[in-house]
Design a protein around this ligand. Structure first.
Ligand code: AR6
Length: 183
């Protein structure tokens, strides 16, 4: 599994799945959420409403992830995750890490081999970008090496995911991720 960082717009990425930094309502918002809904078209909101009705009547919990089709996006799937909101006192790095690992699990479930992530919680939700980068890269690496007890240490899990691409909007965010990837 290759882990990369690029500067760009996540809505144009040619990967199997892109991750949306959503909120618990799943009904859209600003930032990357708004951009993804605009690019995917109105069917995405309908699919999110359906998810609410059928599976998450009380909303998608922080740190969880759920998948819908990508509709008009180049990506076949959108994986919606809810990052912790720093401004609301949600400051658990485990919660933020869970956004990345549960998204990777959803990607495996739908058979995706490539996935693009934005800087979840690094915008409206107010987390420091260096901290988002640290947690994001550490989570992907830990997940790759099978940090759970089901896989022998030192071996890579055959997850099917070949590419994890972090897609950052700004040069500063890209630098934060590149710094962590170089470690
Ligand atoms: N491609 C890649 N990254 C982007 C794009 C894009 N098209 N647009 C923005 N970003 P945010 P959060 C960057 O606020 O902090 C929404 O209203 C952006 O510069 O989108 O998790 C939701 O509905 C920033 O670095 O997500 C929630 O209510 C990063 O994506 C809330 O915001 C994340 O910023 C979630 O806040």
């Amino acid at each position: 599994m290759r882990i990369k960082a690029v500067q760009g717009d996540i809505t144009t990425q040619d990967v199997d799945a892109i991750v949306n930094a959503a909120n618990s309502s799943l009904l859209g918002g600003g930032g990357v959420d708004g951009a993804i809904h605009r690019a995917a078209g109105p069917a995405l909101l309908e699919a999110c409403r359906e998810l609410r009705r059928t599976t998450y009547p009380d909303g998608l919990p922080v740190g969880s992830s759920a998948v819908t089709p990508g509709f008009e996006l180049p990506a076949r799937w959108v994986i919606h995750t809810v990052g912790p909101n720093w401004h609301a006192g949600e400051r658990s790095t485990a919660m933020l890490a869970s956004c990345f690992t549960t998204s990777l699990e959803r990607a495996v479930e739908v058979g995706a081999t490539s996935i693009a992530f934005p800087a979840v919680s690094g915008g409206v939700y107010g987390w420091d970008m260096d901290e988002v980068a640290r947690v994001a890269v550490a989570s992907a690496r830990a997940w790759q090496s099978g940090a759970d007890d089901s896989w022998e240490p030192g071996h890579r899990r055959p997850t099917g995911i070949e590419l994890v691409r972090f897609v950052l909007f700004s040069a500063d965010a890209l630098a934060a991720f590149e710094h962590r990837l170089a470690e």
